[in-house]
Every structure is written in structure tokens, then in C-alpha cells.
Design a protein around this ligand. Structure first.
Ligand code: IMP
Length: 180
């Protein structure tokens, strides 16, 4: 499949994604049996994963969407990232961040710090995909769907230049043989 200038091929078909999402939900249902967690899906990429996952969640829960806005700061501070979208108090709440993919882990780290600073009782994360770079940096993600190499993927919420989020399967970029 060609999307703009890049070539992609199917990596994870939708039936495998569906089964994995159901098993992640099972684990969360068990671990949060007597709790009322707040799910915080991180937009935009996690919209499809969050929607499927939450249909399989049976414990009483709340859902509130967040977004990370990144903007260039001054030359000395570099890129700043702020969490926007959830302004209510998180004091004493059990939070589960819902991420599409953890790559460098910077996004997740930033969100976790922010939430812990706001008095959340516990903060865990569920990510459908985790790349090798995050594993090497020991970015802690309690629930992980699929482990990937450091390959660029799209579909099931993930985009390339804004495109491909609607695809039901996950695709990976096919590198030209000179870049392999
Ligand atoms: P991190 O902060 O480097 O972990 O990046 C996390 C965010 O970058 C994800 O939530 C995605 O939106 C985006 N991202 C990282 N890797 C990919 C990819 O392979 N395809 C599409 N988006 C990605």
C-alpha cells in the first residue's frame, strides 16, 4: 500500500488486534475489580484503541480525553510539552493512561509526572504498541499489547502526516533496500 511517498505493508491484522485488546481489558478488569479507575486516552492516536478497549471494560470507570501540546520554547529550553484537557482534581484517583504507541517514551513520562504531581493515587499506562527504544530506556508500561522493533507504523489510529488513522489493520513502512 502506498501512502504519499512511502510504501507500507500489513503488520498486524484487525482480528489479532481485537483479541489483544480483549486480553488487555481482561487484565485491567481483574486488577481494578473493586476500584473505579479514570481512563485517560491520549489524543489523537489512541482514539480507536481506547474506544475498542473501553467496550471490553466491565469495572465501573470514568473516561476523560487528554492531549499533549508540544511547542517550541526558547533555544535554551527546547521543546516543551504540556498536558491539556483534564482540569478536574485527580486527588485520590486511580488513573490509567491509554496510549496508542510508546516510542521514545517522552510523552508518557511527561504525562505520568504531571498526573502524579496532581495527587493521583495511582498512575498506570496501557499501550497497544511499544517500540524497542522505549524498552531500552525502561519506560514502564504496565499493560502492553504488541512489542515492535523501531519501525514506523500506521493505521488503527496511528497516522503518517495525518493520513491512515482510519485503517482497521496496522501497517509498517517498507524501507527501500538501500535504507535497510
Ligand atoms: P514518544 O513520546 O516518542 O513515545 O511518542 C509517542 C507518540 O508519537 C505516539 O503517541 C504517536 O502519536 C507518535 N508515534 C510514535 N511512533 C509512531 C509511529 O510509528 N507511527 C505513528 N505515530 C507514532
Amino acid at each position: 500500500m502506498k501512502l504519499k511517498d512511502l510504501e507500507f505493508k500489513k503488520l498486524i491484522p484487525s482480528d489479532r488486534i481485537e483479541k489483544k485488546v480483549a486480553s488487555l481489558a481482561d487484565q485491567i478488569n481483574k486488577d481494578y475489580e473493586n476500584k473505579t479507575p479514570v481512563f485517560l486516552p491520549v489524543l489523537n492516536g489512541s482514539f480507536m484503541f481506547a474506544s475498542d478497549l473501553l467496550k471490553d471494560i466491565t469495572v465501573l470507570c470514568r473516561v476523560s480525553f487528554v492531549k499533549i501540546s508540544s511547542y517550541s520554547g526558547t533555544a535554551s529550553t527546547g521543546q516543551l510539552k504540556t498536558l491539556i484537557g483534564h482540569d478536574e482534581s485527580l486527588f485520590g484517583l486511580d488513573i490509567i493512561i491509554v496510549e496508542d504507541i510508546v516510542d521514545s517514551g517522552l510523552t508518557l513520562q511527561k504525562i505520568m509526572e504531571d498526573l502524579k504531581g496532581r495527587g493521583a493515587k495511582s498512575v498506570e499506562a496501557v499501550a497497544l504498541l511499544r517500540k524497542q527504544s522505549a524498552r531500552e530506556k525502561n519506560i514502564e508500561v504496565k499493560y502492553v499489547g504488541f512489542e515492535l522493533d523501531n519501525e514506523f507504523v500506521l493505521g488503527y489510529g496511528l497516522d503518517y502526516d495525518g493520513l491512515g488513522r482510519n485503517l482497521r489493520d496496522i501497517y509498517k513502512q517498507v524501507l527501500p533496500s538501500s535504507e535497510k
